[in-house]
Write a new protein. Structure first.
Length: 306
């Protein structure tokens, strides 16, 4: 019996992708990982339990200071209301002290603004294929990105690799990446064996009908001036908020279209088809446009800065 795996399987403190990362780390596939542990009044004991299992396995770890996180709790007309749901702790786990030292090096590169060195180090820490790390570094250069992808091609690639390789947690260099394909199969087999319960949940197809609110459109922002990278666009990647709860949550989705144009605040009827960590949104029709969409919130989304 692996008590850590058993605990992670049952706990509500981790998002699915973090569970996946923890299993791959516990299988000694990944030398290091970072996960968020979310605590609400319903699972107050989980932090203590998690750390107990880490110590039992002699896992080297470092935990960040707690931060609050918010979720959408109510949508009424044009008002999207967020509220603090709980506290989250960031955990860095390492196979041994040597990897913890490598992580310290990574942080120092980030702090010094040595982006390429930082990304190469992160690739070693988290077990990413070198072709994907190299491509990631290239894509840090927005001029390169703009030369090599149209708006639609860029976002299409992100959706394609996510759909194609659901068991990997890095951004694959392309949907044809053979290293990612190999890892995806390897990880799938490991997860299936290690936690059949999680495997079943993760691979299960779920769908629900709902209205969706068009809330903004994605674009990369240039470092200088924070202006959108693509001015002329050959597609649209919208952020959609499901207006109805599913599994007790209001879900946020990204939705890519080649030729459909929706105004901010459009209310669309449709269906979300979810599997793994990905969702395809099938739009049925435009119902109306909600004017002056308003977010009522206090904090920014989950994230971390060094
Ligand atoms: Zn690759």
């Amino acid at each position: 019996m692996n008590f850590l795996v058993d605990f992670v399987e049952k706990s509500d403190a981790f998002e699915q992708l973090d569970k996946l990362k923890l299993f791959l780390f516990a299988a000694r596939i990944k030398p290091a990982t970072f996960v968020a542990l979310k605590i609400t009044p319903k699972n107050i004991g989980d932090k203590f339990h998690f750390e107990k299992h880490l110590k039992e396995k002699n896992i080297v770890f470092k935990v960040d200071k707690p931060k609050s996180y918010e979720e959408i709790v109510k949508i009424r007309k044009n008002r999207i209301v967020w509220a603090i749901k709980g506290t989250w702790y960031g955990y860095d786990l390492f196979r041994n002290k040597a990897y913890q030292n490598l992580f310290k090096k990574y942080v120092s590169y980030v702090k010094k603004g040595k982006k390429d060195k930082a990304d190469l180090t992160a690739g070693r820490l988290y077990g990413y294929p070198s072709c994907c790390v190299k491509n990631y570094i290239k894509e840090n250069d927005f001029d390169w990105v703009k030369k090599n992808y149209s708006y639609y091609e860029y976002y299409k690639k992100l959706h394609d690799v996510e759909r194609k390789f659901p068991f990997i947690v890095h951004t694959a260099c392309s949907a044809k990446c053979s290293a990612s394909k190999k890892l995806n199969t390897q990880y799938r087999n490991i997860i299936k064996k290690m936690s059949p319960k999680f495997y079943k949940e993760f691979t299960k197809k779920k769908s629900f009908k709902s209205d969706f609110i068009v809330e903004g459109e994605n674009n990369l922002l240039t470092e200088i001036g924070q202006t959108p990278l693509w001015i002329e666009k050959d597609g649209h990647e919208y952020n959609l908020i499901a207006a109805k709860k599913f599994n007790n949550h209001y879900y946020l989705f990204s939705h890519l279209t080649k030729d459909k144009v929706y105004a901010h605040g459009s209310l669309l009827s449709g269906k979300a088809e979810m599997q793994y960590n990905h969702a395809d949104i099938k739009i049925n029709k435009l119902k109306k446009i909600i004017p002056n969409i308003l977010h009522i919130r206090q904090f920014k989304v989950l994230g971390r800065k060094y």
